[in-house]
Design a binder for this molecule. Sequence first.
Ligand code: AMP
Ligand code: ZN
Length: 113
Amino acid sequence: MDNCLFCKIIAGEIPSSKVYEDDEILAFKDINPMAPVHILIIPKVHIDGADKLNENNTDVVSKIFAVAAKLAEEFKLENGFRIVTNVGCDGGQTVRHLHFHLLGGKKLNTELC
Ligand code: AMP
Ligand code: ZN
C-alpha cells in the first residue's frame, strides 16, 4: 500500500534489521527497542490493524504466533515474553499496518495500561 512504512520495509525500499522472513511474514528489530529483545512481526499483506481482521484474513495471525514462538526460542526468551498489538489512536498504534511486538529479555512491567 502506498505510503505505508511497513509495506516499504517489505518491498525493501526502507532498510530493516530482518530476523525472519517467509512468503507471508516478515520480522525485524524495532528501531526504538523497549526491551533487550524487541521484534516486530508483520504480515506481508497490508492489513491496517487488528480492527480489520475477519474470517478471510486471520490465517496469517496464527502463523505470526508460530513465528513468535520460534523467535522466542532463537532469542533465548526461556523466562517468558510478551506479544502486543496496538490498535488505533487510543491503542497507541503509530504505524497503520498490522504488527505484533515481541518483547522480552528482561522482567517486563506488568501494567497493561
Ligand atoms: P506501534 O506504535 O504499535 O504502531 O508500533 C510501531 C513501532 O514501529 C514502534 O515501536 C516504532 O519504534 C517502530 N518503527 C518505526 N519505524 C521503524 C523502522 N523504520 N524500523 C523498525 N521499527 C520501526
Ligand atoms: Zn502496509
